[in-house]
Write a protein that binds this ligand. Structure first.
Ligand SMILES: *Cc1c(COP(=O)(O)O)cnc(C)c1O
Length: 374
């Protein structure tokens, strides 16, 4: 039996009728940019995230970039970012003109380690970006406490965590503003690119509305040098349909995660995800860790179980950043991040994975470790 990592067509097939109707509604409206669908989605997603405002933008990277711009963070400023994240978090900071300053993760949660943040703060630091990696909320109370002590802004990168809760509060509502991505594979995914900012700060929401649309509130009147980064009307209509399913689909992910956690706990060599008692994660990814990761990945592949690595090259080691950060000197500066990237492996998890497929993944893994196959 072949187990795919992710089937992007399955969500369409489950919601075909509603999505086709949404498509027709937009096509027949004759209005394709910043219309009723975007406005309605923004209201619905703000309610979902327990914030006052939501502003739809072009993609997740732009959501973070526009938040930084709206906060007037740029050249000469520093922004604290997790060393262990998808490179988009860093790129948003670079786009704004500021310098990303990496901080190591906690070895168990893989999220930024709050106890290491203060050592990275300088007189130039303006903000902290916390990433809820793999759908696991970061420790926001600790991060907010440090930020308020040093007068810093707090931005959530919630691109992998739509619907996750921290101490019973939704991610997206836990800092000054949050960026979301609706890339097709995310927990709330569009059928193309899309993104959004959530915030309860009226002034910030207003600035982002300006920035996403050429700096213009009234057509042809440009208050600031803006960008073109709007959530597409068609994608907004699709997202409204999918938002009604988000909690149910996140629950299906959770059931798979619980099954993996229970069935694999006897495999002592395999490190399973750790969930702090205050976290209600949404399992964007199910990430295990094993010292001989590449061997394990190859074996699973030969058994037709697809796995991926999120991410094999840490941002500071990518060609894009290695030079900027000081070349070879930096090579060993983030040992926890590097160890994580050499040992992690993402098992298939998604709302449309069949029970038999999940059982197959477990069956193969148990066999590997029982008979010392690799
Ligand atoms: C997907 C992702 C982004 C970027 O989103 P795009 O819509 O692809 O621009 C940013 N941060 C994290 C953590 C992500 O996973």
């Amino acid at each position: 039996m072949k187990v795919p990592f992710l089937d992007l067509k399955a969500p369409y097939l489950e919601l075909k009728e509603e999505l086709d109707a949404a498509y027709q509604r937009v096509m027949e409206s004759g209005w394709y940019i910043l219309g009723q669908e975007v406005e309605a989605f923004e209201e619905e997603f703000a309610v979902y995230c327990e914030t006052k405002y939501c502003v739809g933008v072009g993609n997740g990277l732009e959501s973070l970039h526009l938040i930084l711009r709206a906060m007037e963070i740029g050249a000469g400023d520093e922004v604290i970012v997790p060393a262990n994240t998808y490179i988009a978090t860093w790129l948003a900071v670079s786009y704004s003109g500021a310098l990303p300053v990496p901080v190591e993760p906690d070895i168990n949660t893989y999220n930024i380690d709050p106890s290491k943040i203060e050592a990275a703060i300088t007189s130039k630091t303006k903000a902290i970006i916390a990433v809820h990696l793999y759908g696991q909320p970061a420790d926001m109370d600790c991060i907010n406490e440090i930020a308020s002590k040093h007068n810093l802004k707090v931005i959530e990168d919630a691109a992998q965590a739509h619907g996750a809760r921290y101490k019973n509060r939704r991610v997206g509502s836990l800092g000054d503003a949050a960026g979301f991505s609706f890339y097709p594979g995310k927990n709330l995914g569009a059928f193309g690119d899309g993104g959004a900012v959530t915030t309860s700060d009226a002034n910030l929401a207003d600035k982002i509305r300006l920035l996403r649309n050429y700096g213009s509130r009234v057509k042809y009147e440009n208050e600031v040098k803006g960008f073109n980064s709007r959530l597409d009307e068609l994608q907004a209509a699709f997202l409204r349909v999918k938002l009604t399913k988000l909690d149910e689909w996140n629950e299906r992910r959770k059931q798979i995660a619980i099954y993996y956690l229970q069935s694999l706990q006897e495999v002592v060599d395999l490190k399973l995800p750790y969930i702090p008692e205050w976290a209600d994660p949404v399992w964007h990814l199910f990430v295990v860790s094993y010292p001989q990761r590449d061997k394990l990945k190859r074996y699973l592949n030969s058994a037709e179980v697809s796995t991926l690595v999120h991410y094999p090259i840490a941002p500071h080691l990518s060609d894009a950043y290695a030079k900027e950060l000081g070349g070879n000197e930096q090579l060993n500066s983030y040992p926890i991040t590097q160890m994580i990237s050499s040992q992690i492996l993402s098992l298939p998890i998604s709302p449309h994975l069949h029970k038999t497929e999940v059982h197959r993944v477990v069956e193969i893994l148990l066999k590997v470790f029982k008979y010392d196959i690799i």
